[in-house]
Every structure is written in structure tokens, then in C-alpha cells.
Design a protein around this ligand. Structure first.
Ligand SMILES: Cc1cc2nc3c(=O)[nH]c(=O)nc-3n(C[C@H](O)[C@H](O)[C@H](O)COP(=O)(O)O)c2cc1C
Length: 334
């Protein structure tokens, strides 16, 4: 039996988190940090997962890991994701993460990056399902918060994907929800995600299963949920360019409404908000530079977008970028 959960005061219960089929911001290293989670929440992200946190870094008390697990009161509900290759260290790190009062603890069993998977962490766990289940059980038994797993359909190229049997065994081990990135580890991010595997896994368990991979629009989300019967969708790369996808999904799922594209003002305002928040956090030079990853996507579709993108990418200062955005607003309105 899973242990009694102890959710932080004021937090929604674990079951409630999945009751209305949430659109979840995926854990993405160097993307879904506190700043980006806050920004995504302003456009409808209901539930977020932190970037993955290395258990060794966390247990050593390294600054980066500690920062990753620090959750502001406004940054909830957010789950903390941990990764590592040693069950004992994962369990210990989960107890540290638990003190930050996340909505739940997620274990990364899906990272395909060779330097991680080869060491047995991330998707490396898929090469030994017995070990993965035993590890998950150990983590579940060590903490009182719900524990979830995010993994892939298999390591690749198996003739029969292990995810279905794994889902059942992970649930038996006390895991409370499963996110399935519907590719094998060998596929990395290439090839189409096959949502049918999330559906097959969902069919053999009663815990929530979240479908992930290639959910790039509200219509995709609705189709993925309809085809799989899953309890939620997780959005990764599309949220980098188009975080409005979260409110678009909500509107379609709840009201059958296809929202119009974000307005010019909304697009430019989100650029401003991101730039300001990043500069506050990282200082001007790094803050402006690292915002560029998103700005091109935010302004996509605007009249003169490619010239605007070039101007923004050439500008090293916050004031300069804000001026460029103001000029663009006037030009587009004229
Ligand atoms: C830049 C980047 C960083 C990622 N970092 C993580 C991570 O820290 N933990 C994790 O479980 N998955 C990570 N992923 C995988 C995503 O969470 C997601 O499973 C994958 O991108 C498929 O979803 P999508 O098609 O919506 O992008 C990352 C993906 C990207 C593109």
C-alpha cells in the first residue's frame, strides 16, 4: 500500500491535481525553472514539474540543486523531479526534496542523453525493469509525499515495449502516477511519439497516466486524451515557443472552444515579462541572452517577425529590447 500522503497545507490533494485532466508543463532542463514556470502559469499552466535535479548535487547541497528545489508559495502546484542511478541515493534525495513541499516527487526514468542513461540513471533504468521497480518502491517507502515516475515506452528497439507491464508493476510498488513519453530512449526526440502506448499502459492501472510527446496544440491534447483515456497531457517543446498552449488546451477541453491566436499585445507583453524576469534573476547580459531562446517563438506570426527577431537578437540590453518591442507595437498598430 502507498504510504499516507502529507500534502502541504493549502495544496490541492493529489487526486484533485489529476481530476480535470491537467495540461502539465514538462520538466525541461534549462527551460522549466522558477521563472519560466511562473510565466507559463500566467497563460494557463496548471501543474508544473521542475527541471531534473541530480541527486548527488542535491545531497552534496550544491547551490544549483538547492535552487532548483526551492519553490515559492506562488509556484504551486509544482512537482520536483529527481534523477540518479543509485536507489539508496535517490531515496535519500527524495527526503530532501520532500522538505521543499512539492506537490509530489517525480523520478526521471526517461532521460536518453548518453552520459546520463549509460550510467544507469534516466532512461538507463529501462534496461533493467526489475531494478527500476525495486528503486521506485524504495523511494515510495522513504517519503510521505506521493511518488510518480516519468519514463519512455522502452529503451529501444524492443519487439514488445515494456511500458505496459512496467506500469502495472510500478503501481504495485506504490507509484501514484506515471508519465509516458511515447518514444523509446533510442529515439531521443526524433520520430513520431506513439500515444497508443500510453493508452495501453493506462488500461492496466488505476493510477493517473499522463501522455507526453508531440502534444503541440490544443487539438493534439484533446486527441491524445480521447485516444488514450489518460488523466492529463504533458507539454514540452511547444511550450518553449508558445506557452499559450496551456490556456488553449484548457478552453478546448473544458468548453469546446478553440481560442484565437494570442494578440500582438499579448505576444509583446510576454516578451517584456520574460526579459524583465530573466534580467532580474541573472543580470542584464545573461538575462537578455537566455531570453532569446523564447523570443523568436513568442513573436512568430507577427507582421515583420523575422526583422524584429534579428533586432532583438542583436540587442544586448534590457532597455534596448524593450524599446524595440515598443517600436514594434507602434509599427504593427499603424
Ligand atoms: C530542452 C529539454 C530539456 C528536457 N529536460 C528534461 C528533464 O529535465 N526531465 C525530463 O523528464 N524530461 C526532460 N525533457 C523531455 C521533456 O520533458 C519531454 O518528455 C519531451 O520533450 C517530449 O515532449 P514534447 O514532445 O512535448 O517536447 C527535456 C526536453 C527538452 C526539449
Amino acid at each position: 500500500m502507498p504510504p499516507v500522503m502529507a500534502l502541504p497545507a493549502g495544496a490541492r490533494s493529489f487526486e484533485e491535481l489529476f481530476a480535470r485532466r491537467p495540461a502539465i508543463l514538462a520538466p525541461m532542463e534549462d527551460v522549466s525553472d522558477d521563472v519560466y514556470r511562473a510565466l507559463c502559469r500566467t497563460v494557463g499552466a496548471e501543474l508544473c514539474v521542475t527541471e531534473f535535479v541530480n541527486v548527488e548535487g542535491l545531497l552534496r547541497g550544491c547551490r544549483k540543486a538547492r535552487h532548483k528545489i526551492t519553490l515559492l508559495p506562488s509556484d504551486r502546484p509544482t512537482a520536483i523531479q529527481i534523477y540518479g542511478a543509485d536507489p539508496e541515493r535517490l531515496a535519500e534525495a527524495a527526503t530532501v526534496a520532500e522538505r521543499a513541499e512539492p506537490a509530489y516527487i517525480d523520478i526521471n526514468c526517461g532521460c536518453w542523453v548518453p552520459k546520463i542513461a549509460r550510467r544507469g540513471a534516466g532512461a538507463g533504468w529501462l534496461r533493467d525493469p526489475d531494478a527500476m521497480v525495486a528503486m521506485a518502491k524504495m523511494v515510495v517507502e522513504r517519503v510521505s509525499l506521493p511518488v510518480t515516475v516519468k519514463t519512455r515506452i522502452g529503451y529501444g528497439p524492443e519487439s514488445h515495449m515494456p511500458i505496459v507491464e512496467l506500469a502495472r508493476r510500478l503501481e504495485d510498488a506504490g507509484v501514484r502516477a506515471l508519465t509516458v513519453h511515447c518514444r523509446t530512449a533510442k529515439m531521443g526526440h526524433s520520430g513520431a511519439a506513439d500515444w497508443s502506448w500510453a493508452g495501453r499502459a493506462r488500461a492496466v492501472v488505476s493510477m493517473p497516466v499522463v501522455v507526453n510527446g508531440d502534444v503541440n496544440s490544443a487539438a493534439d491534447a484533446a486527441r491524445a486524451l480521447a485516444e488514450t483515456g489518460c488523466s492529463g497531457v504533458m507539454v514540452g517543446r511547444r511550450a518553449i515557443d508558445h506557452p499559450w498552449i496551456f490556456r488553449e488546451i484548457r478552453a478546448l477541453l473544458d468548453h469546446g472552444v478553440e481560442l484565437p491566436e494570442p494578440t500582438v499585445e499579448e505576444r509583446l507583453d510576454l516578451c517584456r515579462a520574460l526579459l524583465r524576469a530573466r534580467v532580474d534573476e541573472r543580470g542584464e547580459t545573461r538575462g537578455v541572452t537566455c531570453s532569446r531562446r523564447h523570443l523568436g517563438g513568442f513573436i512568430k506570426g507577427l507582421a515583420g517577425a523575422s526583422a524584429l527577431r534579428r533586432e532583438l537578437f542583436d540587442c544586448p540590453t534590457l532597455a534596448g529590447c524593450l524599446e524595440i518591442l515598443d517600436r514594434a507595437a507602434l509599427r504593427i498598430a499603424a
